[in-house]
Design a protein around this ligand. Structure first.
Ligand code: APR
Ligand code: ZN
Ligand code: ZN
Length: 361
């Protein structure tokens, strides 16, 4: 029997979101229904609403979530009703070439629930990133659920489901930041700040935050930045070099997603350094670089996809570090809001006033 719950729908391109009654089916084989306790508001939800991702309206928004498993379908063994879980949008298949080669974070065949949630009139909903967690309950593939310590606040835990994991993972998984490294992070929104927190966790000696907004640089300091550079007031490449004895940083993390900042990241690294690209460019963006610079500078250029995370490995570890006071995930929660407040939260996010607004149920 499908259950009726309240969920937040993006009905059409650029139309305001609204709370509607939706139908959540019982879980089929390999699926789970999760009672959502908290879900963060992310730029990607806004992009769905604006039609920037695809045109499969209506969307059921929300994807940075934590909650309690209510029921599971046949064949589900990894999670059980009552488990406290963080949801992820890349449930790996375990069978593709990437998975079999031991690099499941590059899985080619991630999956979501087979069944569809619908509106009362039967219209099928497209859940954001295969999750749809601005809802009292949602239907996901069981592999999208990762059990974590139930003592942690759901508002904090849910953030690992997307942006915060992307940033921390860019530093610790993709960038492999090590003790004593110098790290520069270009762009200090939620993702860049998480990269700073990840670099601190990994033992970086110098963490240089770069942004065009002094307010963002102030917050970056609280996340672990040891130096700040406002790139409105000078060349950030020069500034990063000056702060690293002329060498450039061992790891430069780009968390904006624009050609000029990609270029800055490329030139701000040490000759043997690593550039990590976590900012997502738009399809029309191009970058031109002298090939001799690409050839002659060694090092590596890596993109980071969802922080190259493995949820079953990384979520419980990061929650444990948070619980021990070694990683302050709570610093990313600017405010908690209700399910009816998401449209206004999009406005505050767009104006750069919040790191994360989190809907609590
Ligand atoms: N130089 C430096 N910083 C910049 C520049 C620039 N030219 N342009 C913008 N910024 C800063 C903004 O001031 C802001 O602090 O980059 C930050 C971007 O932060 P958000 O808009 O909050 O975005 P965030 O959620 O952190 O995501 C950043 O990572 O995962 C991707 O899709 C995501 O591309 C996006 C990026
Ligand atoms: Zn796979
Ligand atoms: Zn997100």
């Amino acid at each position: 029997m499908a259950q009726q719950v309240q969920g937040v729908i993006a009905p059409g391109r650029n139309e305001p979101v609204r709370v509607e009654t939706i139908l959540v089916p019982d879980p089929g084989p390999g699926e789970a229904v999760v009672k959502i306790q908290a879900c963060g508001v992310c730029h990607t939800d806004l992009h769905y609403k604006q039609g920037g991702i695809n045109d499969d309206f209506p969307f059921l928004l929300g994807h940075e979530a934590a909650g309690v498993v209510e029921s599971v379908g046949d064949g589900v063994t990894d999670v059980a009703p009552g488990d406290f879980v963080v949801l992820n949008w890349r449930a790996v298949c375990g069978q593709c070439r990437a998975c079999l080669r031991g690099r499941p974070w590059y899985c080619f065949d991630t999956h979501n629930a087979e069944q569809k949630m619908t509106l009362l009139d039967g219209t099928e909903l497209s859940p954001a990133l295969g999750i749809g967690a601005f809802a009292e309950k949602t239907l996901v593939a069981a592999g999208q659920c990762t059990k974590v310590d139930p003592e942690v606040s759901p508002a904090v835990a849910g953030l690992l489901g997307c942006g915060v994991m992307a940033g921390i993972g860019a530093a610790i998984n993709t960038g492999q930041v090590g003790r004593g490294d110098s790290v520069a992070v270009i762009g200090c929104g939620g993702v860049g700040d998480a990269a700073i927190a990840g670099a601190r966790l990994a033992g970086a000696a110098k963490i240089i935050a770069v942004d065009i907004d002094d307010r963002k640089l102030e917050t970056a300091k609280t996340m672990g930045a040891t130096h700040t550079v406002n790139s409105r007031t000078g060349d950030p490449v020069e500034a990063i070099r000056a702060l690293t004895d002329g060498n450039g940083a061992d790891v430069v993390i780009e968390a904006v997603g624009r050609p000029e900042t990609y270029k800055q990241a490329f030139y701000a690294r040490d000759l043997a350094g690593t550039v990590v690209l976590v900012g997502v460019p738009t399809p029309e963006m191009q970058l031109e670089l002298p090939l001799l610079d690409v050839f002659g500078r060694g090092g590596s250029l890596k993109s980071s996809w969802y922080g190259d995370c493995l949820p079953s490995r990384d979520f419980p570890m990061l929650i444990d570090l948070h619980q021990q006071g070694r990683l302050d995930l709570g610093a990313f929660v600017t405010e908690t809001i209700g399910i009816g407040d998401i449209e206004q939260a999009f406005g505050r996010m767009h104006d750069g006033d919040v790191l994360r607004s989190v809907v609590v149920f």
